[in-house]
Ligand binder design. Structure first.
Ligand SMILES: [Zn+2]
Length: 483
C-alpha cells in the first residue's frame, strides 16, 4: 500500500508529521504526544523538561561554531481540534488520522488533519536531525491545550525558557509574518429583575437566519447581531404597544456573533395589529441596514404560551435599554497595521431567569489599555442600568512592534529566499504569543507557517509545496539569527 507521505519533501519534516498524525492529540488528551516528545529527546540524547501543565521544552545545542549565538525559541502547540464529518467512524481518542493526498495538498478523510499545528511541530523536530541546519542554541517549546483556551501557555513558568527571541510556527498563511494578536476580556452583567402579573395575548418573537461567525475574525464584516436586532424590534414595540416582556434569550458562545434570539412577550388586546405594522416596517429597515451582510434575516411574530409573569415596567426598561446601549462591533482600527481591527466587542449572550438577566460581552484588543477601557465602559453601563458587572476572565494580546529586531531580519531573509516582500500582519484573535510575551519581558516574537486552509474543520488541508518553502525560510532565518 502506498502512503500519502511517499516521496514528500522535506523528508525529515514529513516523517515527523506522519508520526504525529498517528498519535491521538486532541486538546486535553495530549499524554501520548508528551510521552513521544520526551522519548524522542531521550533517544537523541537531548535535554528536555516538562512542566505541570504538560508543556515540553527540548533543548537543542547550537551547531558547531554557533555556541555563543543567542538562544532562539521555536514554539508550537501539540494539541489539535478534533472535528469530523457526521458519518465519519473516526475515534479521535485512539485512531491515527486518516491522511490522504489530494493533488497539491495533504488532507484527511472526514476529519481534521492536525496540520494546525502538527506541521509547525514537525519543522522544529526536523531540525534535530537536519545536518544542513545552522543555528544557535534552540529551545523547542511545545505547549498543550492551545485550542480550548490557551491554558498551556498560561501555565508556563518564568524559569522554563532562557531565550528572548521566539518564532511561533502556528500561523497559516504562506508569505505572511504575523506580529500581533488581540487580547480578550469577557464581562458578565447581572441585572436584577422584578415581575408582576398581567393579562394579554402571549406571543413569541424569533430572530434567525443571520450569518454570525467568529467574534474576532468576522467582526469587521459588519454582520448583524441577533440580540441587537431583537432589542431594536422590542424597542419599537415598546413605543407603539405598551409591550409586556417575559423573557429574552440569544447567543450561546462568547466567541461567536449571535445568530438567533427569541423573546416571549405579552400584548394588550388590539396590540397585535399594531405589532404587525411595526414588524412590516422593521423588516424593510433591516434590509436597508443588513441587506448585504445578512440578506436572509427573518423576524417572526408567532403564537406564544406559558404563564411566566411579565417583567414590571422598570425592569423591562432597564433590560431593553441596556441591550440597546450595549456596544457591539468594531470600536477601533489599528494605527500600526493597516486594515487590522484593533479593538472590538461582541454582545455575545443574553438570558433571563426568574429574577435576573445575565448578559455577556466578549471584547478584544491588541492594545491592552484599549481593552481595559472597553471593559471599563461596560462596567459603567452596567452600573447605570442598576446591574452588577463582573470581569469573567481573559488573556493578554500581543501589540505589534514594528521596530522588532527579529522582524527586520525575517523580512530581509524572506526577501532573499523568496524574492518577495513578506506581508506583515496581525490577527484579531488570540495567539499564544500574547500570553508568552506578557510573562517574559522583552521577548521578541514573530509568527509564520505554511499554507493551511480551513483549520478546525474536516476540510482542513495543507499545501505540500508551501511546507517545503516554510522550512527553507525557517532554516535561513535561524542561520541569519545565529550569525
Ligand atoms: Zn493552531
Amino acid at each position: 500500500m502506498t502512503s500519502p507521505f511517499d516521496g514528500l519533501e522535506p523528508k525529515l519534516l514529513f516523517s515527523y508529521f506522519e508520526k504525529l498524525t498517528q498519535i491521538p492529540r486532541c486538546s486535553k488528551n495530549e499524554a501520548g504526544v508528551i510521552e513521544y516528545l520526551l522519548g524522542l529527546a531521550k533517544e537523541k540524547g537531548l535535554e528536555a523538561d516538562r512542566d505541570q501543565a504538560g508543556n515540553v521544552v527540548i533543548r537543542l545545542p547550537a551547531s558547531p561554531g554557533k555556541e555563543s549565538a543567542p538562544t532562539v525559541i521555536l514554539q508550537g502547540h501539540m494539541d489539535m481540534v478534533g472535528e469530523k464529518d457526521s458519518d465519519s467512524p473516526h475515534d479521535f481518542a485512539k485512531d491515527p488520522i486518516p491522511v490522504k493526498r489530494e493533488g497539491e495538498h495533504l488532507t484527511a478523510e472526514g476529519t481534521t488533519l492536525g496540520a494546525d499545528n502538527g506541521v509547525g511541530l514537525a519543522a522544529a523536530l526536523a531540525l534535530i536531525d537536519d545536518s544542513d541546519a545552522v543555528h544557535g542554541p534552540l529551545e523547542l517549546l511545545f505547549t498543550v491545550d492551545e485550542e480550548t483556551g490557551l491554558t498551556g501557555a498560561q501555565a508556563i513558568s518564568a524559569d522554563f525558557l532562557q531565550g528572548r527571541t521566539l518564532l511561533n510556527l502556528d500561523s497559516e498563511e504562506e508569505g505572511a509574518i504575523y506580529v500581533g494578536c488581540a487580547g480578550g476580556a469577557d464581562t458578565h452583567i447581572t441585572l436584577p429583575l422584578k415581575r408582576s402579573g398581567r393579562d394579554g395575548e402571549r406571543l413569541g418573537v424569533k430572530v434567525s437566519g443571520l450569518k454570525g461567525g467568529h467574534s474576532g475574525l468576522d467582526i469587521n464584516t459588519g454582520r448583524a447581531n441577533a440580540v441587537k436586532v431583537l432589542a431594536l424590534f422590542l424597542d419599537r414595540l415598546r413605543a407603539r404597544t405598551g409591550l409586556g416582556l417575559v423573557n429574552i434569550a440569544g447567543g450561546d458562545k462568547h466567541n461567536a456573533i449571535p445568530r438567533e434570539a427569541t423573546a416571549e412577550i405579552v400584548l394588550d388586546s388590539g396590540g397585535r395589529a399594531a405589532a404587525d405594522e411595526v414588524l412590516a416596517r422593521f423588516r424593510q429597515d433591516l434590509q436597508a441596514c443588513y441587506g448585504k451582510s445578512d440578506p436572509d434575516i427573518v423576524v417572526e411574530l408567532g403564537a406564544g404560551g406559558g404563564d411566566t409573569p411579565v417583567l414590571d415596567q422598570p425592569s423591562r426598561d432597564r433590560l431593553l435599554d441596556l441591550l440597546l446601549a450595549a456596544p457591539h462591533g468594531v470600536l477601533a482600527m489599528s494605527q500600526q497595521v493597516a486594515g487590522l481591527v484593533e479593538t472590538s466587542t461582541n454582545l455575545a449572550v443574553v438570558r433571563t431567569e426568574a429574577d435576573a438577566a445575565t448578559i455577556m460581552e466578549s471584547s478584544r484588543s491588541s492594545v491592552a489599555p484599549a481593552l481595559a477601557e472597553v471593559q471599563g465602559g461596560l462596567f459603567a453601563l452596567a452600573r447605570l442600568a442598576g446591574g452588577r458587572p463582573e470581569d469573567a476572565g481573559g488573556y493578554p494580546g500581543w501589540q505589534p512592534n514594528m521596530d522588532s529586531a527579529v522582524l527586520a531580519r525575517a523580512r530581509e531573509v524572506h526577501r532573499k529566499v523568496t524574492g518577495r516582500e513578506a506581508e506583515i500582519k496581525a490577527i484579531h484573535a488570540g495567539l499564544e504569543c500574547g500570553i508568552i510575551g506578557e510573562k517574559f519581558g522583552g521577548m521578541d516574537m514573530i509568527s509564520f507557517g505554511p499554507q493551511i486552509e480551513w483549520p478546525h474543520s474536516p476540510s482542513e488541508r495543507v499545501h505540500i509545496g508551501s511546507v517545503g518553502r516554510f522550512y527553507e525560510f525557517l532554516k535561513a532565518l535561524l542561520a541569519e539569527l545565529s550569525g
